[in-house]
Design a protein around this ligand. Sequence first.
Ligand SMILES: NC(=O)c1ccc[n+]([C@@H]2O[C@H](COP(=O)([O-])OP(=O)(O)OC[C@H]3O[C@@H](n4cnc5c(N)ncnc54)[C@H](OP(=O)(O)O)[C@@H]3O)[C@@H](O)[C@H]2O)c1
Length: 350
Amino acid sequence: MTPIPNSRIIYKAVPKGFPVPGEHLVYESNSASIDIDNARLHGGALVRTVYISLDPYLRGTMRDPSIQSYAAANQVGEPMKSRTICKVIRSEDPDFNPGDYVLAPNGDWSLHAVFTKADGLTKLQKPANVSLSTYAGVLGMPGLTAFLSLRAFGRMKAGETLFVSTAAGVVGSIVAQLAKLAGLKVIGSTGDDRKVEWLKEELKLDVAFNYKTTKVADVLKEHGPIDIYYDNVGGETLDVAFEHINKHGRIILCGFVTEYNKGERSSYGVKNLSSKAVSKTLSINGFVIWDIVDKEGLDAFQEEYRPLVEQGQIKYQETRYQGFEIIPEAFLAMFNGENLGKTVVAVSEE
Ligand SMILES: NC(=O)c1ccc[n+]([C@@H]2O[C@H](COP(=O)([O-])OP(=O)(O)OC[C@H]3O[C@@H](n4cnc5c(N)ncnc54)[C@H](OP(=O)(O)O)[C@@H]3O)[C@@H](O)[C@H]2O)c1
């Protein structure tokens, strides 16, 4: 077979603020090609990408590579990389057969790719009752993040109150539901009335509000105090949460999306952190998911959490885009809050 074009999204330049489609992330339909039948596999597998996961942390990988961070920097001039769900087309690796679905933890944003053992592919079983794409979301890294961080740091007790920001995102919505299942009162913030509606009507949060039109401080004053703050945003919301948390409260620092597109501009600081934490005997835990995963946690994720998703006790939403061309816009849209639940791009048929 003759080589065919291999569509890709190239990471062209380090953004200073929000990534601009066509400038920092560029769709290239035929700048590369691949010979599906004859490409060398080097003992690995040739795959067709089916779903590409778009995640907020990826903005942090678009940086000067000399700056150290927990996630490796993407390389300017190369295809962007993130977790991708792929179908094996050809394989020299006995662990993978044509037709298998695999998760590539650092997969190229290209229609076809060759992966070897070093790329850490995992074989995926089609989940029961839910879409394969959930391996990018509620059954993937974001699900693991919500489940394991609450388990490690939440010390949730029925009757307590938990506040979660970005409550209609994939991590936030799972945190909210796990807390409800554990018998807590749950308050969730989001930036969109349509999302508030989903949180109230579908997820049955006790309180859900739009932080763009209602002050966090007013809500926590009325419906708090809180025992746990699950922070996905950082900035002012985190500062306010300190004011409304009970003694022995837990603050779980998962992300700080308000800062991701600020470039070199200064970060928001929590005022009088020591005084607040000491006087209330607070537990404050930041974490990167890969630093808190262990065998016991993974077993619990499979045995306790996964059935909740497959049996519909944990609900989820996906904002699903189609095709390569849209990826740069879809990535930006996530930082404009246009996604409800997990942002995923379907780039080929399952
Ligand atoms: N620590 C870890 O290991 C780990 C692992 C996974 C994820 N995370 C973090 O968890 C958080 C949620 O991630 P996710 O995958 O579930 O994403 P997500 O919530 O599904 O999507 C991003 C959402 O963030 C909100 N947002 C974007 N820009 C914002 C801004 N400037 N100010 C306030 N809100 C903004 C928007 O929701 P609204 O419409 O509600 O504003 C947007 O829909 C992120 O901070 C992410 O980095 C951490």
